[in-house]
Design a protein around this ligand. Structure first.
Ligand SMILES: Cc1cc2nc3c(=O)[nH]c(=O)nc-3n(C[C@H](O)[C@H](O)[C@H](O)COP(=O)(O)OP(=O)(O)OC[C@H]3O[C@@H](n4cnc5c(N)ncnc54)[C@H](O)[C@@H]3O)c2cc1C
Length: 327
């Protein structure tokens, strides 16, 4: 059993692990789980090359409370700073390991990932708010660009024939959203069972199917997408039992989880759309903390704010369990 598992290796997750090392927790009692192949996925993906990283981003005062802190530096310097922290504090990070669910146990949590299940006394969620869309391996004709989507934030689909592709939480949420907006929805999933869905999303999806509001093509693999004579997206499947079919829109949800349902499925209380956060960034579930952009509210977060939240969360842990902290 680990003393603390941290989900997400962005600024919040890495600084949380550094804080834990600083209060005397051994490396082998800490585990950081990161779904990307390196730390700080959001910074690498969304910061333009050469960007100046501001210490007081969005006017958030750059006060340093914990062991990590940045001044105004470049994108590369920021990544190097985090590289050095991982090295200096000997932080154990597992890359390419996505956390699918967190289950409270009697005393602690079971953390289920793409590679296994770990037990821990405390858990800190630091997954940020920006998720990465995966794209399919086959080529899609450019003429279909307006019919192909990787999220539903930039397009309003109503009363359309839609295909959702995927089997994770995002795909279930997209199906729910599309049905609510009057679309006729088909879901294509390559597996026959939905093992990756959290409870809320699984039950919602099954309810849609029972009410015949959605057609689920279990065990279906798309081999090709082409434009039909009407300019719609014609989808060809590898399996003979699934005939080719045309759709007005295809929404890909190939991996990733949406923080809201991920958090609700753990049992964290919400106030409207916002998770209830107590002192030291503890959630309504004792021993479960939420730091970084996830806890920053509507104004959004910053790197130094994420660092400071980690320091506050560690102080809170030390206050409640002084034996845990040796210095
Ligand atoms: C364009 C842009 C410019 C910005 N400029 C600045 C700036 O100049 N200065 C500044 O201070 N801030 C800036 N910010 C904000 C800053 O980047 C964020 O506040 C900060 O990255 C938040 O850190 P975080 O650790 O909470 O989340 P993130 O940085 O998003 O890290 C979360 C990590 O969790 C991983 N993850 C997600 N889900 C899972 C899962 N299920 N299992 C395992 N791992 C998972 C992700 O891959 C990622 O590596 C900017 C943000 C953007 C988008």
């Amino acid at each position: 059993m680990y003393e603390v598992i941290i989900v997400g290796a962005g600024p919040a997750g890495i600084s949380m692990a550094a804080e834990a090392r600083t209060v005397g927790i051994a490396s082998k009692q800490i585990l950081v789980l990161e779904k990307g192949d390196t730390h700080s996925w959001a910074i690498r993906k969304f910061y333009p090359a050469g960007k100046r990283v501001l210490a007081n981003y969005k006017g958030i005062e750059a006060v340093c409370a914990g062991v990590m802190c940045i001044s105004d530096i470049s994108k590369d310097e920021t990544l190097t700073y985090i590289d050095r922290a991982i090295e200096q504090y000997q932080l154990p990070v597992h890359y390419n390991e996505t956390v699918h669910s967190i289950r409270p146990l009697g005393k602690g949590f079971a953390v289920e990932t793409s590679k296994g299940v770990y037990e821990t006394r405390r858990c800190v969620i630091a997954i940020g708010i920006l998720d990465k869309p995966n794209k399919p391996g086959y080529r899609i004709p450019v003429s279909l660009n307006k019919r192909i989507h990787y999220d539903l934030t930039s397009v309003a689909l109503e009363n359309e024939e839609c295909l959702v592709v995927g089997g994770g939480d995002t795909s279930s949420e997209y199906c729910q959203y599309l049905v609510e907006h009057g679309n006729r929805v088909t879901l294509s999933y390559r597996r026959t069972e939905f093992s990756r869905l959290n409870r809320v999303n699984y039950e919602s999806l099954m309810a849609l199917e029972q009410r015949a509001q959605i057609t689920i093509l279990r065990g279906s693999n798309i081999k090709q997408v082409e434009a039909d004579t009407a300019g719609l997206a014609r989808v060809l499947f590898e399996e003979a039992q699934f005939p080719a079919q045309s759709f007005a829109h295809i929404v890909y949800a190939l991996g990733g989880t949406t923080p809201t349902n991920f958090l609700k499925a753990i049992g964290i209380a919400f106030d409207g759309s916002v998770p209830v956060i107590k002192e030291g960034y503890q959630t309504s579930v004792p021993g479960l903390y939420l730091i970084g952009d996830l806890s920053a509210g509507k104004k959004g977060g910053s790197i130094n704010l994420a660092f400071n939240m980690a320091s506050d969360a560690m102080q809170n842990i030390c206050t409640h369990t002084p034996d845990f902290c040796q210095s």
